[in-house]
Design a protein. Structure first.
Length: 181
């Protein structure tokens, strides 16, 4: 990445925040670079606390700030780190109804459908999958009435959507991606 682009993304100083990843781009054609123990430790720290400073990360993995900064930037540039986000309690944020919605879609319409699903209010995760359905969509809405309207008027109005099935979420538990707990 060019130095001038990096300057736009990073604030210098001992307590500088972490670099901001550029908007998500298509995955590179090059094979992924293997991660060492320090890279994995950095990822674990950032997944637990995306607001950790460079200084804090460096101290916890026992490397210099410059080394931690370079490693984090490499993880961003390599596409390993796609961004930093808050973990939201959807009920406390006024989105008390959550559902996984499965969709069967017209063959070869994935890109068109994905663009339309990304515009849906409350869409949190979209995946192209194999099996009895084609797409798995996670949505969070204020209530069941809003969820019903989203499915019946928005999703089923997409011409490439052949059918939907809605699975209500009664309770959610976020797992630590490294320990599974």
């Amino acid at each position: 990445m060019a130095d001038e682009q990096m300057a736009d993304r990073v604030v210098e100083g001992p307590e500088a925040p972490l670099p901001v990843p550029a908007p998500e781009a298509p995955a590179p054609a090059t094979p992924p670079r293997p991660l060492d123990a320090i890279d994995r430790s950095i990822l674990q720290i950032l997944q637990t606390d995306g607001r950790a400073s460079i200084r804090s990360v460096a101290e916890r993995v026992h490397v210099s700030r410059a080394n931690a900064y370079a490693r984090i930037n490499r993880l961003i540039d390599d596409g390993v780190i796609r961004g930093f986000a808050a973990r939201v309690n959807h009920e406390r944020a006024g989105q008390g109804a959550s559902a996984y919605i499965t969709l069967r879609i017209v063959q070869n319409s994935w890109r068109t459908v994905r663009e339309q699903l990304q515009q849906l209010p409350g869409a949190a995760h979209i995946a192209l999958v194999s099996g009895d359905f084609d797409v798995l969509l996670l949505v969070h809405t204020p209530d069941n009435r809003t969820l019903r309207e989203l499915v019946l008027t928005r999703l089923q109005a997409i011409p490439e959507v052949l059918s939907t099935r809605t699975l209500l979420v009664f309770e959610e538990t976020d797992l630590d991606p490294f320990t599974g707990a």
